[in-house]
Design a protein around this ligand. Sequence first.
Ligand code: 13P
Ligand code: SF4
Length: 308
Amino acid sequence: MLTDELRAEVARLKAERDAVVLAHYYVPPEVQELADHVGDSFALAKLATTLSHKTLVFAGVSFMAESAKLLSPEKTVLMPDPTSDCPMAHMVRRETVEAARERYGSDLAVACYVNSTAEVKSWSDVCVTSSNAVRTVRALPQANVLFVPDRHLGSYVASQVSEKNVILNDGYCPIHRDISAEEVRALKAEFPDAPVLAHPECGPEAMALADFAGSTSQIIEAAVAGSACDYIILTVDGVRGELERQTAGTDKRFHFPATRPVCPDMDRITVERLVTCLRDGSGEVGLPPAEVAEGARAALARMLELGR
Ligand code: 13P
Ligand code: SF4
């Protein structure tokens, strides 16, 4: 529970530093409450390029803060815990990208999920997020698309863009992969009329049970707009706060798998660490070496252009 004193202290520190706090839906609810903007990866990446504040505080994992720094290198970008890293961001090898380029030549595009390091982005032609991956891959002129690092989002894209040869890589999100189809079936038995809304990082068995697939924002939008009372939500439990806020006063209820999906890296973004970072200016995110930064920035810029 946040006290008025704490809220006032955070507001004072933000003003002192000319800072704005951007939080992902997966960070703890009290951090989302202290943020100026809460959103999914794409919304936050886009928004960060439009803000005039001197300092961006990214309450999320490192690929999010790093992307903001790449797109706004003149800004100070801080992370409450700079060790919060998405494990999937590292799950692709350069040889995989090189082998595909060798095989398909100029008829190959490398599409890289933003959940990736700057180095991985720099090997790629375009970045995507879960909210624009289908649209962006469809808009690419090449017939072959190597999708990295996430095999599951890649498979979902392949199922929606059948006109392209989508080549998959072996990365995955451990949290979404471990959402158990068994537990989803149990929820469906308990709430037979509830639509299943899933993040496309879920594994194939859970995805086969879904009625809708989308990013965290798209899941929230679908639940808010839907006419059902009960919804089965297959993503990290952090979205619960926003779902409940946006449906307050209705009889909508949200059901998550029995093994609560939590992202330990997102959970490291605590209120205490947010306050320390605002007070001390700690957790500053730097730019990668120039050649990496240039390639990564180009892939991100292309996403903002194509994925609008
Ligand atoms: P979104 O693209 O919905 O923000 O999801 C990011 C993420 O890390 C999912 O695990
Ligand atoms: Fe990475 Fe999964 Fe955590 Fe998202 S939920 S940040 S993909 S580990």
